[in-house]
Ligand binder design. Structure first.
Ligand SMILES: [Zn+2]
Length: 135
């Protein structure tokens, strides 16, 4: 039996839930899943321009594990890009450093629900307007 994987640390959720290509009818659209830790590996290595060993430390995993996740991420993104598939960023084995929510009205990422007055100003207690993103 496989060893249970420990949670990989992800600093924050992506702004979007995924990507979809245009020019492909919705009924023909297939989906490729990108896990949250795959997204984080791409963000750290290709966007923040960190060395893989530095990204591994931030995600609290070994360098070989980071490389495996990163290669899988590239493979999934490439598959979606070349084959015209949508990407859904979801799932995986991860934890955020702190609590994150998404507003159901404007889809903005929100750290502190109380500070997000724009969508809850008429009802101060309408915290059900938020989706809890931590797993
Ligand atoms: Zn909002």
């Amino acid at each position: 039996m496989a060893r249970p994987e420990k949670n990989r640390r992800v600093s924050k959720p992506p702004k979007m839930r995924g990507y979809k290509p245009f020019g492909i009818p919705k009924c023909k659209l297939e989906v490729v899943q990108l896990t949250m830790e795959e997204y984080e590996s791409i963000r750290l290595v290709n966007y923040e321009m960190l060395q893989q060993k530095e990204a591994a430390v931030l995600m609290n995993i070994s360098r070989p594990t980071l490389t495996r996740i990163y290669n899988k991420a590239l493979k999934n993104i490439t598959k979606a890009f070349v084959e015209g598939k949508a990407i859904v960023i979801d799932g995986g084995n991860y934890e955020f450093k702190k609590e994150w929510h998404r507003c159901k009205k404007c889809f903005k990422l929100v750290e502190d629900k109380r500070s997000h007055k724009k969508c809850i100003k008429n009802n101060e207690n309408s915290f059900e307007e938020f989706i809890q993103l931590n797993n």
